[in-house]
Design a protein around this ligand. Structure first.
Ligand SMILES: CC(=O)SCCNC(=O)CCNC(=O)[C@H](O)C(C)(C)COP(=O)(O)OP(=O)(O)OC[C@H]1O[C@@H](n2cnc3c(N)ncnc32)[C@H](O)[C@@H]1OP(=O)(O)O
Length: 402
């Protein structure tokens, strides 16, 4: 019989985020990156017998190509987990990683599981589908109200900018702030608790090396920092960029999230598992909510999810010390901040996806790692992670520092 119990996070880590399609992880497979992150996660919980892990729930927004074929199960096996550890890939586009955490917490809270890995992985380098129409049903184009399903994400940001009157100047200022905060956090070492350094190996044919060396040159390098933050940006540089999605629009490469590669993972356990395996909780997962909005204004989604998750948790915005708001685009982030009256000072204190990058389905797990370590380091009680989602959704989860 099921019993109700709390879900705790005892470990959280992530890869650095690389730029796509030509960044540091351009040649790293998403299943390999996931496997490395899972190994790094378990190194944070040395007392845990991996055989105690029941499932590996992994968010991935575009589960096809090298991240198809149930990347969760493959990543778990590549990480060396026992075959008894199951794996499932979940897709809620940009909220896939956050949904993976919520699903893990739900299984634990009803008492049907005690130890679950919740993660996310995404290679936008190796599955380059952004802006490319995949396979839409012709029925979508038969009704005006469904056209938004087929909108590119940049066009949804233009819609939000227009409806919520978010100026180009404000978008660029928000983007600059994202870079400044991310650079400051890199300088002060604030990402060091969460980032797992990743070694990348590049093998290229080199006839000059001769047969003894196999004719292959091998270059190894360890990536320790997110690749996105730019010290060379400024309001002047941002304001010179041309609109990226609409001729007379305001959304540019500078005030959009960057195409990225990355992975993140959290270890979610029950109170019973804390005792059995001698684990220390970093945070408790408090509540999760998801709500739909019209697809053509998907970026406003958090406006609906945030009040819902607060109601469920019996908390208010005043209880939140840190809000991780996915910066899909400055336009939608600003519209959400203004609509809900969020305090800009506590939104993305270490920068967001505009500077740090946004590997779609992995971002929720990555930013959750940032949030739980940040709450602990800054001694803040509650934090929220909220995402907008393509096809029109908002998702939000609340974490409590332990
Ligand atoms: C639910 C959700 O989360 S939806 C969101 C999902 N994600 C997305 O939709 C991804 C959105 N982003 C994109 O599609 C892409 O990043 C784009 C189309 C906006 C831009 O792509 P690209 O043109 O490849 O970007 P790139 O990084 O090359 O930048 C273009 C130019 O702007 C410049 N630039 C970009 N950012 C900055 C900056 N902060 N400061 C100064 N210059 C900048 C670049 O240097 C580059 O200049 P160059 O052409 O002289 O080299």
């Amino acid at each position: 019989m099921s019993t109700l119990q709390q879900a705790y996070i005892v470990a959280a880590t992530r890869s650095p985020i690389g730029k796509a399609p030509r960044g540091v992880f351009a040649h790293t497979r998403p299943d390999d990156l996931l496997a490395k992150v899972i190994r790094g996660l378990l190194a944070q919980a040395p007392g845990l017998d991996p055989a105690a892990i029941e499932d590996c729930i992994v968010g991935c927004a575009i589960p096809e190509g090298p991240q198809g074929f149930n990347v969760a199960r493959i990543g778990a096996l590549l990480a060396g987990l026992p075959v008894s550890v199951a794996g499932v890939t979940v897709n809620r586009f940009c909220a896939s990683g956050l949904t993976a955490i919520a699903m893990a917490a739900d299984r634990i809270r009803v008492g049907e599981a005690d130890v679950i890995i919740a993660a996310g992985t995404e290679s936008m380098s190796q599955v380059p589908v952004m802006g490319v129409n995949t396979s839409f049903s012709p029925e979508i184009f038969a009704r005006d109200e469904n056209l938004g399903i087929a909108y590119g994400m940049g066009l949804t940001a233009e819609q939000v900018a227009e409806r919520w009157k978010v100026s180009r100047e404000d978008q660029d200022a928000f983007a600059l702030r994202s870079h400044e905060r991310a650079l400051a956090a890199q300088r002060s070492g604030e990402f060091s608790d969460e980032i797992l350094p990743i070694e990348v190996v590049r093998r290229t044919p080199d006839p000059a090396l001769g047969a003894d060396a196999g004719g292959i040159q091998e270059r190894r390098r360890t990536v320790e920092l997110d690749e996105g933050p730019r010290a060379d940006t400024s309001i002047q540089a941002l304001s010179r960029l041309r609109p990226a999605f609409a001729a007379r629009g305001s959304v540019t490469a500078g005030n959009s999230s960057q195409m990225s590669d990355g992975a993140g993972a959290l270890l979610v356990v029950s109170e019973r598992a804390l005792k059995t395996h001698g684990l220390q909780p970093i945070a408790r997962f408090v509540s999760f909510a998801v709500k739909g909005v019209p697809p053509e204004i998907m970026g406003i989604g958090p406006r609906e999810a945030i009040p819902q998750v607060l109601r469920q948790a019996g908390l208010s915005l005043g209880n939140m010390g840190w809000i991780e708001l996915n910066e899909a685009f400055a336009a939608q982030a600003l519209a959400v901040i203004r609509e809900l009256g969020l305090d800009p000072e506590i939104v993305n204190p270490l920068g967001g996806a505009i500077a740090l990058g946004h590997p779609l389905g992995a971002t929720g797990a990555i930013r959750a790692a940032t949030l739980v370590h940040g709450l602990r380091r800054r001694k803040l009680d509650y934090g929220m992670l909220t995402m907008c989602v393509g096809t029109g959704m908002g998702a939000a989860g609340i974490f409590q520092r332990m």
